[in-house]
Write a protein that binds this ligand. Structure first.
Ligand code: HEM
Length: 407
């Protein structure tokens, strides 16, 4: 799509469709093959390079002058194609403009701001956990992780109660769009157009739709102060609508599935619910929902001894890097006591996830409550996979919980 394979003769060629359902569902064996084949591989089907070694992924994330974001964080060069929406002021913006918007968002999500949000998030979790305790059998995605994250975030941002489900439909579009122009993009766009999601998002980006005491209102206050323009404030609200829900819901859902698959790890957490935060770091390392982001080379560069031309699309496989045996011992083992310092699930460098402390707080709240209350979580039916162009997780996880003290 972007580079002629003949420009990459010295790079191992991988005839793999990274976006097929099969690979998206479990990309780790392919990542391991790529890592063995060389520091960088070339995937002709999409005309992209792909990096799986921890050291190189970390380096490319940090070298933002050579690996830019403004040409898109997917395999398509957005400077060459028509885009449905204006580029993100953070994810798809390079310095110096990026720093201005980032500092506004960082202030909104500062540790002090999160301390204020925590009690509200806990109240949302308490109500849900109470409800599932009454039911015992439920869908861990539909009745727990999804309503928890959706309601906690929507309340924090200041979105009205009505229409919140549009967030996930919009998230689907946002996560499919940077991928290749496949049926997933068409299907999610058709859905978002037909059910009013795109109009809802446009409406929610306006000041008058939003609560006066939420995070969105703080963005418009920054506009009133002249720090950013009113349009920029709207665009930053759009970031909350697109970046704050899906990645977290689906990573936490992956975490619950891990606890089901590895009951001894759940037992560790039940014995010590304060491990919740640490356990989430291992979920992020082991199988974060979003697995890859792209950069575009701004000039001809060398990475891991391989020459890459200017304008090359380079996939930074951060989920692959998180299973690099050079970095993590026995990387395919899920171990809640591992303390996987240096995992790259939130990226690194100037674009490192601005909401990572929000995601950590959410997981801590939910996992610690579940572990304090339930000694076992078992599957009661067949889970349904969730796959789009950016992430893989579960859209249904039928489970049964056993309260502590019950046999
Ligand atoms: C488990 C949950 C999450 C994961 C795995 C995740 C992952 C990431 C990653 C890998 C990046 C780096 C992007 C890049 O380098 O191109 C990123 C950036 C970002 N994330 Fe997250 N994220 C999560 C939760 C959140 C939440 C809860 C929010 C908002 C409240 C958020 C907002 C953002 C924003 C605004 C950026 C762009 C930062 C920039 O470009 O400067 N994320 N995220």
């Amino acid at each position: 799509m972007n580079i002629n394979p003949s420009t990459a003769p010295s790079v191992p060629i991988f005839d793999v469709d990274l976006y097929s359902d099969e690979v998206m569902a479990d990309p780790y064996p392919v990542y391991a093959e790529m890592r063995q084949a060389g520091p960088i591989v070339f995937i002709p089907l999409y005309g992209i390079y792909f990096v799986t070694r921890h050291e190189l992924v970390r380096y490319a994330f940090s070298a933002h002058q050579d690996y830019c974001s403004s040409r898109g964080i997917g395999p398509r060069d957005i400077s060459q194609t028509q885009s449905l929406r204006p580029p993100s002021l953070l994810l798809e913006t390079d310095p110096p403009a990026h720093a201005k918007y980032r500092s506004v968002m960082m202030r909104l999500l500062s540790p002090a701001a999160l301390r204020r949000l925590r009690a509200k998030f806990e109240a949302v979790a308490d109500e849900l956990v109470e409800r599932i305790d009454g039911k015992r059998s439920f869908d861990a995605f539909g009745e727990l992780t999804r309503p928890f994250i959706l309601n906690a975030i929507c309340d924090a941002v200041g979105l009205p109660k009505e229409g919140r489900d549009h967030m996930l439909t919009y998230g689907e579009v946002v996560l499919n769009l940077p991928g290749p122009p496949n049926w997933r993009v068409d299907a999610s766009l058709a859905q978002a157009r037909s059910d009013g999601t795109l109009e809802w998002v446009d409406r929610m980006m306006r000041r008058q739709s939003l609560a006066r005491d939420g995070l969105a209102a703080e963005l418009f206050a920054a506009a009133d102060q002249g720090e950013i323009t009113e349009d920029e404030a709207s665009m930053l609200v759009r970031i909350f609508l697109s970046a704050s829900v899906d990645s977290t819901v689906y990573t936490i859902t992956n975490g619950i599935k891990n606890f089901i698959d590895f009951p001894s790890q759940w037992e560790e957490l039940v014995a010590q619910p304060t491990l919740a935060r640490e356990a989430f770091e291992e979920v992020l390392r082991y199988n974060v929902s979003v697995k890859t982001l792209f950069r575009t080379t701004t000039r001809s560069v060398e990475l891991g001894g391989v020459k890459l031309p200017a304008g090359a699309k380079v996939g930074l496989g951060f989920a692959a890097a998180n299973r690099d045996p050079e970095k993590f011992t026995d990387p395919d083992r899920f171990d809640v006591r591992r303390r996987p310092v240096g995992h790259l699930a939130f990226g690194t460098g100037i674009h490192t996830c601005v909401g990572q402390m929000v995601a950590r707080m959410e997981a801590d709240i939910l996992f610690s409550r579940l572990a304090s209350r339930f000694s076992r979580i078992n599957l009661t039916g067949t889970p349904i996979r969730k796959i789009n162009n950016a992430l893989s997780s579960w859209s249904s996880l039928p489970v049964e919980v056993t309260p502590k003290g019950a046999s």
